[in-house]
Design a protein around this ligand. Structure first.
Ligand SMILES: [Zn+2]
Length: 84
């Protein structure tokens, strides 16, 4: 199982890593994805700075875990029907 960023397709093995990635990017595509899920980048950033790595990421990590995980077996089954 892995986590796939909906904004840029980066793949992470843990939701916490992908959450860090999304906050680290913070560009339009990533902010818009957050907004579509009911979170605000600016609020996450504020929570993040107040708590030094705590609450801001906790909310986002939970969301990432729920919204971006993909079953690797499903993904490889799909790609094996491709060109090779
Ligand atoms: Zn991304």
């Amino acid at each position: 199982m892995s986590y796939h960023c909906k904004a840029c397709n980066k793949v992470s093995t843990t939701p916490a890593d992908l959450a860090r990635h999304i906050m680290g990017r913070g560009d339009k595509a990533h902010r818009e994805w957050l907004a579509s899920k009911g979170l605000k980048y600016s609020e996450l950033l504020t929570a993040q700075m107040k708590s030094f790595g705590g609450e801001g990421y906790a909310a986002l990590t939970k969301l990432v875990e729920k919204e971006t995980w993909m079953d690797d077996q499903l993904v490889s089954a799909k790609s094996s029907t491709g060109a090779d």
